[in-house]
Write a protein that binds this ligand. Structure first.
Ligand SMILES: Nc1ncnc2c1ncn2[C@@H]1O[C@H](COP(=O)(O)OP(=O)(O)OP(=O)(O)O)[C@@H](O)[C@H]1O
Ligand SMILES: [Mg+2]
Length: 158
Protein backbone atom coordinates (compact mmCIF):
# COMPACT_ATOMS: atom_id res chain seq x y z
CA UNK A 1 0.00 0.00 0.00
CA UNK A 2 1.27 3.45 -0.94
CA UNK A 3 -0.08 6.70 0.47
CA UNK A 4 0.00 10.37 -0.35
CA UNK A 5 -1.10 13.26 1.87
CA UNK A 6 -2.25 16.50 0.33
CA UNK A 7 -3.47 19.57 2.15
CA UNK A 8 -6.36 21.27 0.40
CA UNK A 9 -7.14 24.81 1.50
CA UNK A 10 -10.29 25.32 -0.58
CA UNK A 11 -13.10 23.39 -2.23
CA UNK A 12 -11.66 24.48 -5.59
CA UNK A 13 -8.35 22.86 -4.72
CA UNK A 14 -10.13 19.64 -3.73
CA UNK A 15 -11.93 19.69 -7.08
CA UNK A 16 -8.64 20.25 -8.89
CA UNK A 17 -7.04 17.26 -7.15
CA UNK A 18 -10.01 15.12 -8.19
CA UNK A 19 -9.79 16.37 -11.76
CA UNK A 20 -6.11 15.47 -11.89
CA UNK A 21 -6.82 11.96 -10.61
CA UNK A 22 -9.66 11.50 -13.09
CA UNK A 23 -7.41 11.51 -16.12
CA UNK A 24 -5.57 8.40 -14.90
CA UNK A 25 -8.67 6.28 -14.34
CA UNK A 26 -10.74 4.12 -16.64
CA UNK A 27 -13.48 1.48 -16.72
CA UNK A 28 -13.30 -0.88 -13.75
CA UNK A 29 -11.62 1.56 -11.37
CA UNK A 30 -12.99 2.21 -7.89
CA UNK A 31 -12.48 5.09 -5.47
CA UNK A 32 -13.67 4.98 -1.86
CA UNK A 33 -14.38 8.36 -0.29
CA UNK A 34 -14.41 8.44 3.49
CA UNK A 35 -14.68 11.14 6.14
CA UNK A 36 -17.25 12.86 8.31
CA UNK A 37 -20.34 14.72 7.09
CA UNK A 38 -19.35 17.81 5.14
CA UNK A 39 -15.74 16.68 4.77
CA UNK A 40 -15.72 17.10 0.99
CA UNK A 41 -16.55 13.72 -0.54
CA UNK A 42 -19.26 15.08 -2.83
CA UNK A 43 -17.14 18.14 -3.66
CA UNK A 44 -14.36 15.80 -4.73
CA UNK A 45 -16.82 13.88 -6.93
CA UNK A 46 -17.93 17.17 -8.48
CA UNK A 47 -14.33 17.90 -9.46
CA UNK A 48 -13.91 14.38 -10.78
CA UNK A 49 -16.98 14.76 -12.99
CA UNK A 50 -15.77 18.14 -14.24
CA UNK A 51 -12.90 16.35 -15.98
CA UNK A 52 -15.61 14.73 -18.12
CA UNK A 53 -17.45 18.05 -18.59
CA UNK A 54 -20.21 16.97 -16.22
CA UNK A 55 -19.67 19.79 -13.73
CA UNK A 56 -23.21 21.11 -13.67
CA UNK A 57 -24.98 17.84 -13.27
CA UNK A 58 -24.02 16.61 -9.82
CA UNK A 59 -26.59 15.87 -7.17
CA UNK A 60 -26.12 13.79 -4.04
CA UNK A 61 -27.31 10.21 -4.51
CA UNK A 62 -29.22 10.31 -1.25
CA UNK A 63 -32.42 8.52 -2.16
CA UNK A 64 -31.30 6.33 -5.02
CA UNK A 65 -27.91 5.34 -3.47
CA UNK A 66 -26.24 5.56 -6.90
CA UNK A 67 -26.24 8.20 -9.64
CA UNK A 68 -25.09 7.26 -13.13
CA UNK A 69 -23.26 9.58 -15.52
CA UNK A 70 -22.61 8.56 -19.10
CA UNK A 71 -19.78 10.01 -21.18
CA UNK A 72 -18.50 9.05 -24.61
CA UNK A 73 -15.66 7.07 -23.12
CA UNK A 74 -16.79 5.78 -19.73
CA UNK A 75 -19.73 5.50 -17.37
CA UNK A 76 -19.32 6.96 -13.90
CA UNK A 77 -21.26 5.67 -10.91
CA UNK A 78 -21.46 7.91 -7.86
CA UNK A 79 -22.62 6.05 -4.74
CA UNK A 80 -23.51 7.30 -1.30
CA UNK A 81 -24.05 4.21 0.84
CA UNK A 82 -24.50 6.10 4.14
CA UNK A 83 -28.20 5.31 4.33
CA UNK A 84 -27.97 1.60 3.57
CA UNK A 85 -28.96 -0.31 6.69
CA UNK A 86 -26.48 -3.09 5.96
CA UNK A 87 -24.29 -4.66 3.29
CA UNK A 88 -27.11 -7.00 2.18
CA UNK A 89 -28.98 -3.97 0.99
CA UNK A 90 -25.99 -3.12 -1.20
CA UNK A 91 -26.06 -6.61 -2.71
CA UNK A 92 -29.84 -6.33 -3.13
CA UNK A 93 -29.54 -3.25 -5.35
CA UNK A 94 -26.98 -5.13 -7.46
CA UNK A 95 -24.22 -2.84 -6.20
CA UNK A 96 -21.39 -5.22 -7.06
CA UNK A 97 -22.42 -5.33 -10.70
CA UNK A 98 -21.38 -1.71 -11.18
CA UNK A 99 -17.68 -2.25 -10.43
CA UNK A 100 -16.79 -3.65 -13.87
CA UNK A 101 -19.08 -1.36 -15.82
CA UNK A 102 -17.42 1.97 -15.25
CA UNK A 103 -15.61 4.12 -12.72
CA UNK A 104 -17.20 3.90 -9.26
CA UNK A 105 -16.86 6.64 -6.62
CA UNK A 106 -18.33 5.45 -3.33
CA UNK A 107 -19.01 7.84 -0.45
CA UNK A 108 -18.90 6.00 2.91
CA UNK A 109 -17.51 2.96 1.04
CA UNK A 110 -15.94 1.62 4.24
CA UNK A 111 -19.47 0.64 5.33
CA UNK A 112 -19.60 -1.98 2.56
CA UNK A 113 -15.99 -3.10 2.85
CA UNK A 114 -16.68 -6.82 2.24
CA UNK A 115 -18.40 -6.07 -1.08
CA UNK A 116 -15.55 -3.96 -2.47
CA UNK A 117 -13.12 -5.08 -5.19
CA UNK A 118 -9.71 -6.19 -3.90
CA UNK A 119 -7.94 -3.17 -5.36
CA UNK A 120 -9.01 0.45 -5.09
CA UNK A 121 -8.02 3.95 -4.10
CA UNK A 122 -9.27 5.13 -0.71
CA UNK A 123 -9.32 8.80 0.18
CA UNK A 124 -9.75 9.96 3.78
CA UNK A 125 -11.01 13.53 4.11
CA UNK A 126 -9.98 15.08 7.40
CA UNK A 127 -11.41 18.41 8.49
CA UNK A 128 -9.15 20.94 10.15
CA UNK A 129 -10.51 22.01 13.53
CA UNK A 130 -9.09 25.51 13.28
CA UNK A 131 -9.39 26.36 9.57
CA UNK A 132 -12.83 26.07 8.06
CA UNK A 133 -11.81 25.51 4.43
CA UNK A 134 -8.86 23.22 5.04
CA UNK A 135 -8.97 19.46 4.52
CA UNK A 136 -6.16 16.94 4.74
CA UNK A 137 -6.60 14.36 2.00
CA UNK A 138 -4.97 11.06 2.83
CA UNK A 139 -4.93 9.04 -0.39
CA UNK A 140 -4.16 5.33 -0.13
CA UNK A 141 -3.53 3.02 -3.09
CA UNK A 142 -4.34 -0.67 -2.68
CA UNK A 143 -2.98 -2.66 -5.63
CA UNK A 144 -0.02 -2.20 -7.99
CA UNK A 145 -2.05 -0.41 -10.66
CA UNK A 146 -3.21 2.23 -8.20
CA UNK A 147 0.26 2.61 -6.68
CA UNK A 148 1.54 3.63 -10.12
CA UNK A 149 -1.33 6.09 -10.50
CA UNK A 150 -0.47 7.53 -7.09
CA UNK A 151 3.14 8.03 -8.18
CA UNK A 152 1.91 9.98 -11.21
CA UNK A 153 -0.41 12.03 -9.04
CA UNK A 154 2.42 12.81 -6.64
CA UNK A 155 4.61 14.05 -9.47
CA UNK A 156 1.87 16.26 -10.77
CA UNK A 157 0.59 17.72 -7.53
CA UNK A 158 3.60 17.96 -5.24
N1 LIG B 1 -10.89 22.24 1.15
C1 LIG B 1 -12.18 21.87 0.95
N2 LIG B 1 -12.44 20.73 0.28
C2 LIG B 1 -13.71 20.32 0.08
N3 LIG B 1 -14.81 20.98 0.53
C3 LIG B 1 -14.60 22.13 1.20
C4 LIG B 1 -13.29 22.61 1.45
N4 LIG B 1 -13.39 23.78 2.15
C5 LIG B 1 -14.69 23.99 2.33
N5 LIG B 1 -15.44 23.02 1.77
C6 LIG B 1 -16.91 22.95 1.83
O1 LIG B 1 -17.28 21.85 2.62
C7 LIG B 1 -18.47 21.27 2.12
C8 LIG B 1 -18.23 19.81 1.78
O2 LIG B 1 -19.47 19.24 1.49
P1 LIG B 1 -19.64 17.84 0.78
O3 LIG B 1 -21.07 17.74 0.42
O4 LIG B 1 -18.63 17.67 -0.29
O5 LIG B 1 -19.30 16.85 1.99
P2 LIG B 1 -19.49 15.28 2.06
O6 LIG B 1 -18.22 14.74 2.60
O7 LIG B 1 -19.97 14.77 0.76
O8 LIG B 1 -20.62 15.11 3.18
P3 LIG B 1 -21.77 13.99 3.33
O9 LIG B 1 -21.17 12.86 4.14
O10 LIG B 1 -22.84 14.70 4.08
O11 LIG B 1 -22.20 13.54 1.96
C9 LIG B 1 -18.87 22.07 0.88
O12 LIG B 1 -19.82 23.03 1.26
C10 LIG B 1 -17.57 22.72 0.47
O13 LIG B 1 -17.75 23.93 -0.23
MG1 LIG C 1 -21.65 13.73 0.15
Amino acid sequence: MKALQINSISSDQTMQIAKTLAKYLSVGDTIILTGELGAGKTKFTEGFLSYFNLQNEISSPTFNIVNEYNTNTVNIYHFDVYRLSDIDEFYAIGGEEYFDKGICLIEWGELIEDALPLEYIKIFFNKDTTQEDTRLLDIKAFGKKYEIILDNLKEELI
